[in-house]
Design a binder for this molecule. Structure first.
Ligand SMILES: [Zn+2]
Length: 263
């Protein structure tokens, strides 16, 4: 019998459907790993987050117990990504190998990250919940992170992939670490490296607050383009670790979203 290729689902989403996973609470990684030939071990690893040792069609995945549970789940999903795409190679993945957005999307570690995101936050379960939420915000991200047992960062990244006109930016005291924009945001909106002292994100990074409420701010606080001074956008920031913040920008201005590429 010919297998029907369903282009609208990724490999991990097809795996979840094959296993009949109807709710986020049913994304139980141990039986999923077992189904694809992997045994899971949890150990207090030093120097790496997770590793996979495979032989033939069986593998052992070891995940460190030194990281929190959402991180352990993402690392396990990442190793299952290596098993799916890079079978035959053993991998030892350090902290910076997993969930590192500075890497190119073609590199094996990013490919494994994408597999993990699709497995833990499958679009067919995530998108209906996102649509039901009132508006894109960190409170929506926090609710979904609890339901899917994922980190705030992984959940916020998924939100950006599936929500128009938004941008997620990560800063530390050293400047911008990475950003991700929704598909409809034109590439001319490239965020500044530094944090403007007028931004509410600046207060969260440098003062005591753990988060800001959603506020309107001039787009020139975030973008160096001269046209930015004409627009107002929404900004919301949350602290996600020591010295690390995430900002969600909503560029809900039709003029900003005009594509100038073919002008
Ligand atoms: Zn890896």
């Amino acid at each position: 019998m010919n297998r029907v290729i369903r282009n609208d689902f990724t490999a991990p989403e097809l795996l979840l459907q094959e296993l009949g996973v109807p709710e986020p609470n049913d994304i139980d990684l141990e039986p999923i790993a077992y189904h694809v030939g992997c045994e899971i071990r949890y150990r207090p690893l030093d120097g790496c987050e997770a590793c996979i040792l495979g032989a033939g069609d069986r593998a052992i995945i070891t995940v460190t117990t030194r990281s929190n549970k959402p991180r352990q789940r993402f690392s396990l999903g990442h190793e299952l990504g290596h098993w799916h795409y890079h079978r035959g190679h053993s991998s030892i993945c350090r902290h910076d190998d997993i969930g590192n957005l500075v890497r190119s999307s073609l590199q094996p570690e990013r490919v494994a990250d994408t597999y993990a995101a699709d497995l833990l936050l499958p679009r067919y379960l995530f998108e209906p919940r996102l649509i039901a939420a009132a508006r894109p915000s960190f409170s929506t991200v926090e609710q979904l992170a609890i339901e899917f047992r994922t980190s705030i960062t992984a959940t916020a990244l998924r939100l950006v992939e599936l929500t128009p006109s938004v941008m997620l930016i990560c800063h530390t005291a050293k400047g911008r670490k990475w950003f991700k924009a929704a598909a409809d945001v034109p590439s001319r909106w490239f965020p500044r490296d530094d944090l403007d002292a007028d931004s509410y994100a600046f207060d969260v990074l440098h003062r005591e607050e753990d988060r800001s409420r959603t506020v309107k701010i001039g787009a020139d606080a975030w973008f160096d383009r001269s046209e930015a001074s004409r627009y107002e956008i929404s900004e919301e920031t949350i602290r996600v670790g020591a010295g690390k913040i995430l900002t969600l920008l909503t560029l809900n201005v039709p003029k900003m979203l005009e594509d100038w590429t073919h002008r």
